[in-house]
Design a protein around this ligand. Structure first.
Ligand SMILES: [Fe+2]
Length: 244
């Protein structure tokens, strides 16, 4: 968050749960962003996703240690859903039933390589958007933000380590080279369209660190070299994209 963005705020106060002084604009944005946040223990669509992912993790993990680490990752995803549900409850929202928007979550995870990409690229988006709430002046969210960010960093790092190991064999690298065409555009599309009318307010309240396009570009700058280092040829950033 830039100093200019923080200074653009009406106040530097930090609000507690049920704080009568919570500004309407912040309250509206919090309800909107947390309701749309896919990790939510009250949302049956999230439960369905978790069930699919538990199955994929336990089925595709190639060895016991990978299985253990993925089970730890999955437990954290369940806990994230409970955290979101509690924050929404404090804002007066008891139940959410919103389908998951990003199509990345609907891509079939058929092979271990798919699962490596799901975590290495998909969870990595969470480090930039949706799990980066350390500056939000709402105490219930602010207090869990470092933990959420740490967990998502673990998920993305685990995915990248798994992908790295896979790419050590010619067959693994060849498979990863085919599948990157599917996962790279889907990860970039998770940031949403470049022209979102809510970006500016989100940034002002620390809910977002920057607009969609800026965060996507940062993600590309950071992630592309990591993939190239494994010997992968990363597709053009505009190829096969749905949200430009
Ligand atoms: Fe995650």
């Amino acid at each position: 968050m830039t100093d200019a963005a923080v200074m653009g705020r009406p106040t530097t106060q930090i609000y507690k749960e049920h704080d009568p002084e919570l500004p309407d604009e912040l309250r509206t944005l919090l309800i909107r962003v947390m309701s749309k946040h896919l990790e939510n223990a009250t949302n049956p669509h999230y439960d369905k996703l978790l069930i699919k992912l538990w199955d994929r993790c336990l089925t595709l993990a190639p060895d016991p240690e990978s299985k253990r680490l993925l089970a730890k990752l999955m437990m954290q995803e369940v806990e994230h859903g409970v955290i979101t549900a509690n924050i929404l409850k404090g804002l007066g929202v008891d139940k959410v039933e919103i389908p998951i928007e990003q199509y990345l979550f609907n891509i079939p995870i058929d092979t271990w390589c798919d699962l490596c990409y799901f975590h290495a690229l998909g969870d990595r988006v969470g480090m930039y958007v949706g799990e980066n709430w350390g500056d939000v002046p709402y105490e219930p969210l602010r207090s869990v933000a470092p933990r959420l960010h740490r967990d998502e960093t673990f998920h993305a790092t685990l995915g990248y380590q798994n992908l790295t190991a896979l790419c050590q064999t010619p067959e693994g690298l060849a498979e990863a080279q085919v599948l990157i065409k599917k996962w790279w555009p889907a990860a970039l599309d998770m940031f949403g369209t470049s022209a979102s009318r809510f970006s500016e307010k989100y940034v002002r309240w620390g809910i977002r660190q920057a607009g969609n396009e800026e965060l996507r570009n940062q993600y590309i700058t950071d992630t592309r070299p990591m993939l190239e280092q494994l010997g992968l040829v990363v597709p053009d950033d505009k190829a096969n994209r749905q949200f430009l």
